[in-house]
Design a protein around this ligand. Structure first.
Ligand code: 2YC
Length: 267
């Protein structure tokens, strides 16, 4: 599975101060703060300042991304958690986390980025959590999804999680993916989903879009209107500035909503 691999460049801007600005922007678009969004996703109250979380750097495969664990840790601290990056990596890091009696461990190799809830024996992966979070953010930004047409572009692991959320909220979903196998798998689970062979068939008429496909030259200016809302977890952002300036709202970040959602769903 070809995982997107973040670079240090993608995340080095993430600081507590930056996160407070990002929070204000998120509130403007969705009506919820990141803290409120955490509890919205979890569908329960979360006492974050009682949560002890270890982020363990993993050297496997392509190795450590400088700043990655620190960025994850800052996002969790911004939510009020007692989060720290272990001094040790890999198994020694897990051992250190257990010795510190943590509630959760966050760790990523090249294939999976997971939140492990040690008390509840639950593991939540970033792809599922990210799809779920971006669909929820689109819902809030759109003021609800019941009977609304939504387009999901890319139905891999992130897109599939977004699809599940959208359907659970009563959205009418149209999907596009260049991989016929992914379309087939999706239709087996969701036979009522509409499939298009080209986004031109339904854009710009459909104005709510979850864009998970990394391919850049997909959405052009004529595919969007000034009412269009795009929730796009893909990195790097596959949208040109004409599209970004034209649409009503863009929901996008390299790591934040995925990490918040991992905590919410692992709690
Ligand atoms: O620094 C470390 O511990 C590295 N092992 C982290 C590797 C993360 C690889 N995955 C990614 O860059 C992206 C993340 C957004 C989560 C999923 N894929």
């Amino acid at each position: 599975m070809n995982m997107t691999r973040l670079s240090t460049e993608d995340i080095k801007h993430i600081s507590l101060q930056y996160l407070s600005l990002y929070d204000l922007e998120f509130q403007r678009k969705t009506g919820k703060s990141l803290r409120e969004f955490l509890e919205y996703l979890a569908d329960k109250k979360i006492n974050t300042d009682a949560l002890k979380i270890a982020v363990v750097p993993i050297t496997a495969g392509k190795g450590i991304i400088k700043g990655f664990s620190e960025a994850v840790c800052l996002i969790l601290r911004y939510l009020g958690c007692k989060a720290f990056v272990t001094l040790n990596t890999d198994v020694a890091g897990f051992f250190e986390a257990f010795k510190n009696n943590v509630d959760l461990i966050f760790a990523a190799d090249d294939l999976v980025f997971s939140a492990f809830n040690l008390k509840k024996r639950r593991a939540i992966d970033n792809s599922y959590a990210t799809g779920y979070a971006y669909a929820a953010a689109l819902e809030l930004c759109a003021g609800g999804l019941q009977s609304k047409e939504v387009m999901v572009i890319g139905v891999g692991r992130v897109g599939s999680a977004a699809l599940e959320y959208l359907i659970s909220k009563g959205a009418i979903v149209t999907i596009f993916d260049k991989d016929a196998e992914k379309i087939k798998l999706t239709l087996e689970k969701h036979p009522y989903v509409k499939v298009v062979n080209s986004i031109d068939e339904v854009l710009p008429e459909i104005e709510l879009i979850v864009l998970t496909a990394p391919s850049s030259e997909l959405i052009k200016e004529h595919h969007v209107s000034r009412n269009t809302i795009i929730a796009c977890p893909a990195m790097p952002l596959p949208l040109n500035k004409e599209v970004i300036l034209k649409i009503r709202s863009l929901i996008h970040d390299p790591l934040q909503l995925g990490v918040i959602s991992m905590l919410a769903l692992a709690y």
